[in-house]
Ligand binder design. Structure first.
Ligand code: TYD
Length: 157
């Protein structure tokens, strides 16, 4: 296994609306994750569909995929590519569980949000959990390709 990995983080529209982009990025800087790409954008629907793939529909249902695509395209987002040692797992640990209600204190979702699946489902909306991070090194490479052109990534040592 290659210990040097890349991962893709999205700060979703709720993070921008809340005005906590800086605070979230600070947390990643603190652990020494190396930023190799960052951009602010409003996602096209096609791009959101490339990010939230058929795999999400298989795992969580087509409805969740549709809600997440609607949510991701509802406002500006920040896409960041990080590099670091086993950074995929480190960043997943830092963001916490998918459901903010269950996310541990100290994690981004646990510290900045609290809503439950039950509540989101009752409103028929996607869960607002502030941030996305790749689940595996393979997924990270695919997702970095979705959001960044190779020349938008900065190589430096
Ligand atoms: P998933 O890939 O399972 O979680 P994670 O983002 O932690 O990797 O799900 C993708 C997103 O779908 C998740 O961030 C929030 C949303 N989602 C809902 O809105 N409702 C749900 O019931 C589930 C399971 C996920």
């Amino acid at each position: 296994m290659d210990t040097l990995q890349r991962t893709l983080v999205l700060l979703k529209p709720d993070a921008l609306e809340r005005g906590i982009v800086g605070e979230i990025i600070t947390r990643f800087e603190r652990v020494g994750a190396k930023m190799i790409g960052m951009k602010l954008l409003v996602s096209e629907k096609d791009t959101a569909l490339q990010h939230y793939t058929e795999d999400l529909a298989r795992r969580r249902g087509e409805r969740v995929r549709e809600l997440m695509v609607a949510m991701l395209t509802s406002g500006p987002i920040v896409a960041i590519a990080f590099e670091g040692i086993e950074i995929v797992e480190v960043v997943r640990k830092m963001i916490g569980s998918t459901e903010p209600k269950s996310a541990a204190p100290g994690t981004i979702r646990g510290d900045y949000a609290h809503v439950s699946f039950k509540h989101a489902d009752s409103l028929n909306v996607g869960i607002f959990n502030l941030v996305h991070a790749s689940g595996s090194p393979e997924e990270a490479e695919t997702e970095i390709d979705v959001w960044f052109k190779p020349e938008e990534l900065v190589a430096f040592t």
